[in-house]
Design a protein around this ligand. Sequence first.
Ligand code: PEP
Ligand code: MG
Length: 580
Amino acid sequence: MDKNKTNVFKGIIASGGIAIGRIFLIEEEEFAIVPKKIQKQNVKKEIDRFQGAIFKVKDELLTAKKEIIKVFGKEHVLLADAHLLMLEDPLLDRDVTRKINDEHVNAEYALWTTVEKVVQSFEKIDDEYFRERKNDVLEIGKRIMRQLTGPYRRSITEAHNGAVIVAHNLGPSDTIKLKERKVGAFVTDVGSKTSHIALFAQDLDIPAVVGLKNITATANHDDYVIVDGNQGLVIINPDEKTLENYQHEHEIELQERHELDKLRDLPAQTLDAHKVVIACNVDSPEELKAILNSGAEGIGLLRTEFMFLKENKMPSEESQYEALKTIVHKIHPHTAIVRTLDLGGDKLMQLGFEGFMRENNPFLGLRAIRLCFKNPEMFKTQLRAILRASAHGKIKIMFPMIASVDELITAKNFVEEVKHELKSKKQDFDDKIETGAMIEIPSAALTADMIACEADFLSIGTNDLIQYTFAVDRTNESVAYMYEPMHLSILRLIKHIIDAGHNAGKWVGMCGEMAADISFTKMLLGLGLDEFSVPPASVAKIKKVIRNSTLNDAKDLANEVLSTHERKVAVTALKKSHPQ
Ligand code: PEP
Ligand code: MG
């Protein structure tokens, strides 16, 4: 590559913010996987060499795990644990050993061909979360390989403060070094929003862009680079004008951060003293630290799917209870709104759900509450765990994908049944626990008045509400242009839901991504939204908009936007409404 040529890469946003610095390139290793014949009498020695390498990697990972607990806390050992589990998988040992034994080939060849086979089988999995685990397998394979062939990978320990790490992937021991070296940002070829490394970046509060595919092949060590974590952009060798713009933006960002930090512990209250709640969405326990630091007043949406996906098997009541207990303890004195399982029928063969089959339209199929009704024992197990955890802190239960008031009544009957069982076993729980419905299906939105009479609260799931209103698959890039939160259909539905909730005397929150977009904050405030549940990084930004608004102005804005039939006019009104 031309040393000074500007190269722009677009990837997946893992953590926001801007960093400008020099690249510290961790080049991808090319492992020579040429089969070498091993003499019969040397086979045992070769197997010992392979097992010795596994032993050393295990040692490395255990040391990294101890460090991670010390530096980041227990919640962050998941990645190291996952790698240790893979390392201890008897299949890996058995397959490689057998290959050396049967084919008389060298350990490197036996290992790498086995790793490739496992990776290929992961690539065939539909579910993104499980497919992503192929990178963990590769990472483990490379670690063992490095022990066999000797290291020739640059170590982050050599990086200077503020460096931008460019790597194919990063492992658990790298994360510790990222912190020690105070790196400015990192970007990787692989990774997705669900990768552990993305969560580490958020925890370290440094910009990160992942899923860049081949940036390591193009980047040069020491090149100048801008990482724009807000837009998922990486600009290598930027021209002067771009650099100047970003330097300016970076300075503003630093100032803003400083200002936002000051808002952390202030209430989310308008200039005319109307108070709303800002809570956080939680996808996994690793995010709790960021939430506790964000100034949020509790958890507005705890997605419980992580408990089911983590172990690749149905979690026991005990493990669900323990996980929830830890979360409510940590979030005390605030409330955690625990959403019951929201998984689709397409992902779950391995969990052994009743009624599982490959569906043509999984988003319209056996998903969320429907899957729970079809699997009453699984549903009751989860409800038992939630109810038992409610004895240790403040919990509310929320049901996803409620389509009608009848479904809410059925779900509540399950709760009553489980309460009855717990009482007969003399197990503690919060008998007054509140139950709410997510409103994310148009049929529920249009009958929100009836649902509100049965619910203690409503929470608008705009991610799905938009998907189902427009008949647009929220994960399909080809129709993404139709996914339009600003459309009058969506705004009218939101208004209808909030009014219905209020008429029944219930509070109404929003936990879809729309709640986190500051260009909608004032309008949602004006529509009467009582709670915004957002990612930790958005809490202070939303607070700032609310603290600079009056409820009356916000109501005027909502009326203006809702009464316009022209999208452009509505967008202009919203843009005018917030200074950013
Ligand atoms: C939503 O649909 O808006 C929502 C918050 O739920 P999820 O994104 O988990 O479907
Ligand atoms: Mg949803």
